[in-house]
Each structure stands twice: as structure tokens, then as C-alpha cells.
Design a protein around this ligand. Structure first.
Ligand SMILES: [Zn+2]
Length: 390
């Protein structure tokens, strides 16, 4: 008769009529329980998922409230025991139940080793992480095999925004620029006033700007760092300023309330628009390819004078005209200009002695062009299927 059949019968049906018989019977049950546990521990499991499954099955077989072996045993042996045998059966039952603790899920999970031999893994990784599986084996008292390959930890990849930002940074670092950063929660003074953006300018409207309070905003551009850097370092100054910016925009395929800018600033004696053109042309060729041509058009920004927009010859059609450049052959890629004398003054520099240029670009736009991505929201959704491609 198997154990499973025995627990479905009463002691009387099993012909157990005295304490000695009961103790023998319970010893048999304890031995069976320990044997099944040992069996699972020594066999191990091929994967964590399989181990969890096996552990749960063993636990439920013995400890499940409904139809678990201990419940059946309680029902048929203890409750139906003749009065004179109840104390000894009760004692034996409690002892068994204590032993059952080793069958609880947590106890089993830490005792049952997961074999890693089938996992794809390089030998180097195996050596580096060899102590890991051996720690797990230690608890089970089985042989430590240090030659088993280790766990493969999947590494993420660099986010496309970070990747493009670093690429742009590297081009300017090679030109002798330094990286400067500043706060994302910024005062109205640094974000607007010091940059010569008048009280009446629509950008200051709370339709466009996210205000923390009347004097504090989430910076709408990286330009406030221009002022902070001038105050901190004085001139000459050659910096690029990467960072997050915030605007009161509804998210769609080309807008996001949070986005990344990189700003460049060069201040020295005798800096001219020719320096600006030369530097940005060099940058465009480095980033988009040597074949790219640049074109400068007049524009307006409060913090530069004169101001311009920079367009590059379309990288998709080589300037022939296509859907992406709207048949013009050109794509606008940044704004730029000579630093406004007022801005220099706010930074503590003498505009009669120093001049400078600045540019600002959107990192998302560069990443979208570089990787042919048509929806800016993809950058922020943390969808692994998207991010895995980089
Ligand atoms: Zn084109």
C-alpha cells in the first residue's frame, strides 16, 4: 500500500492499535517526506522556472490545505484516532508538521540548485561568476563544480538620445570645448531676463513655460547655463551645454514636454560670424558626413544678434529633394547667432572687449534623423523592442 493510499484510511483500517504501531507509522511518513525532499534537492532543476514549479508541486503535495498529505493525515488519522491513542498521535503529528517546514516554498527554493550547464555563455563569464552557483550549491551540500558556466546577465545598451548626445559632445571636446551643465529647475532671471528675453515675450507665457512658482521655471532651454558659465569662468569661454529642457507642449510625434538640447558657446576677443560658420560647418560634416553642405539663413532670437538658422543639405536625398526635406533639398538643424551684447553684460563680460557666438540644437531631432525614427515618443516609452535596436 502506498503512502497516498495509507493517508486515506483510518488507523483502525491500517491495523494500528497502539502507541508503538503509531510511532512506526509516523516514522515511515517522516522518512518518505525527507526522501522526496532530498530527491528534489539532489536532482536540481534545469532552470529557475522549472525549479519554482517543482518546488511548488512538492510543497502542495504535502502541505496543501486541501488534499495535501498532512491534511489527509490530520483528517483520517488524528481526528478519527481512538481516544486513548490521541495524545501520541497528536505528538507525532506535530513533529511531522514541524518537519514539513522544510517543504515550504522559500526553504525549497534556497535548497534546490539550478543547473546552468545548458545556458549559452562564454568561458570568461563562467570563470568570473563561478562562485555564484557554488554558493547556491553549498546550502544543499552537493559537489561544488567551479567549471559550470555562470549566469548570463543581459546588459542593456546606450539609449539613442544618450548615444547621439555623446557623439555631439565628442566632436566639440576634440575642438577644445568643455562640457558645462546647470540646474533644470531655474530662476526666471537666468531662464529669461539675463538672456534678454523681454517681459512681453510669448515664450514667457505659461502656455509655453512650466512654472514652479512666479520666479521659478523648469528651464525651457539650456541657455541659462551660458550666463551661469560666464559668471563662473569669465572669458575666454568655449563650452557646450547638454541637458534636459521642458516646455508646455502636448506630446505628439514631434513634440514632448521634456526634450534634450545641446548648446554651444564660444566667447573670446575677436570672435566673428566666420568662426561660427566654420565651426558649425565642421561639426555638420563630422556628424552627418563629409558630403554634407551647410547653409545659413537670417533668423531672430532675443539672445543673439545677428541670429541665424543652419540648414544642411538633405542627408536622405543628397539635396535632390525628397519627402523628408519637403522637396527643398535642405533640412534645418539648429539656431545660432552672435551673442547679444546685453547677454554678455549680464554674464559680467565687457561687450566692447569680448564677442562670442552660440548655437542650440535638439538632440531628439538629430537622433531621429540619424536613425530614421519618425516618432519622438518612442524615445521615452522604454519599450525594449525599440531600445534593443541600438
Ligand atoms: Zn531630401
Amino acid at each position: 500500500m502506498t503512502l497516498d493510499e495509507k493517508v486515506r484510511k483510518t488507523l483502525a483500517e491500517l491495523s494500528v492499535a497502539d502507541a508503538k504501531g503509531a510511532e512506526t507509522l509516523f516514522a515511515e511518513v517522516r522518512a518518505a517526506m525527507e526522501a522526496e525532499r532530498q530527491d528534489l534537492v539532489s536532482r536540481g532543476a534545469p532552470s529557475e522556472a522549472e525549479r519554482d514549479k517543482l518546488a511548488k508541486a512538492l510543497r502542495d503535495r504535502w502541505l496543501a490545505r486541501k488534499n495535501g498529505l498532512l491534511s489527509l493525515l490530520d483528517e483520517n488519522w488524528l481526528k478519527k484516532a481512538p481516544k486513548e491513542l490521541k495524545p501520541v498521535i497528536g505528538r507525532q503529528f506535530n513533529e511531522l508538521r514541524r518537519g514539513g517546514g522544510a517543504l515550504e516554498i522559500e526553504a525549497l527554493l534556497s535548497a534546490v540548485p539550478v543547473s546552468t550547464s545548458h545556458r549559452p555563455s562564454t568561458p570568461v563569464e563562467g570563470r568570473l561568476t563561478a562562485t555564484e552557483p557554488s554558493d547556491k550549491f553549498a546550502g544543499a551540500g552537493t559537489v561544488k563544480d567551479l567549471t559550470l558556466p555562470g549566469y548570463r546577465r543581459p546588459l542593456g545598451s546606450i539609449h539613442p538620445i544618450t548615444r547621439v548626445q555623446r557623439e555631439i559632445e565628442d566632436i566639440f571636446l576634440n575642438l577644445g570645448f568643455a562640457i558645462e551643465t546647470g540646474p533644470e529647475v531655474e530662476s526666471v532671471y537666468y531662464n529669461f531676463d539675463a538672456l534678454n528675453i523681454p517681459e512681453s515675450h510669448p515664450a514667457r507665457d505659461d502656455w509655453d513655460t512650466l512654472y514652479v512658482d512666479a520666479q521659478t521655471v523648469l528651464r525651457t532651454h539650456t541657455s541659462p547655463v551660458q550666463i551661469r558659465a560666464m559668471e563662473k569662468h569669465g572669458a575666454p569661454l568655449y563650452i557646450i551645454i547638454p541637458g534636459k529642457c521642458y516646455r508646455h507642449d502636448n506630446p505628439d510625434s514631434t513634440h514632448s514636454p521634456m526634450f534634450h538640447q545641446i548648446e554651444g558657446l564660444a566667447i573670446d576677443t575677436d570672435i566673428t560670424f566666420a568662426d561660427l560658420k566654420g565651426t558649425l560647418d565642421f561639426f555638420a560634416k563630422k556628424f552627418f558626413g563629409e558630403k554634407v553642405r551647410t547653409s545659413f539663413h537670417p533668423s531672430f532670437f532675443p539672445f543673439t544678434e545677428p541670429s541665424g538658422e543652419v540648414a544642411i543639405s538633405c542627408v536622405f536625398c543628397d539635396g535632390q529633394g525628397c519627402r523628408i526635406c519637403k522637396e527643398s533639398g535642405w533640412i534645418e538643424v539648429m539656431g545660432c547667432g552672435m551673442v547679444h551684447p546685453e547677454v554678455l553684460r549680464h554674464g559680467g563680460l565687457d561687450p566692447d572687449r569680448y564677442s562670442g557666438w552660440a548655437f542650440g540644437l535638439g538632440v531628439e531631432r538629430y537622433a531621429m534623423m540619424k536613425y530614421d525614427i519618425n516618432d519622438i515618443q518612442l524615445f521615452y516609452q522604454s519599450d525594449v523592442r525599440f531600445l534593443e535596436q541600438f
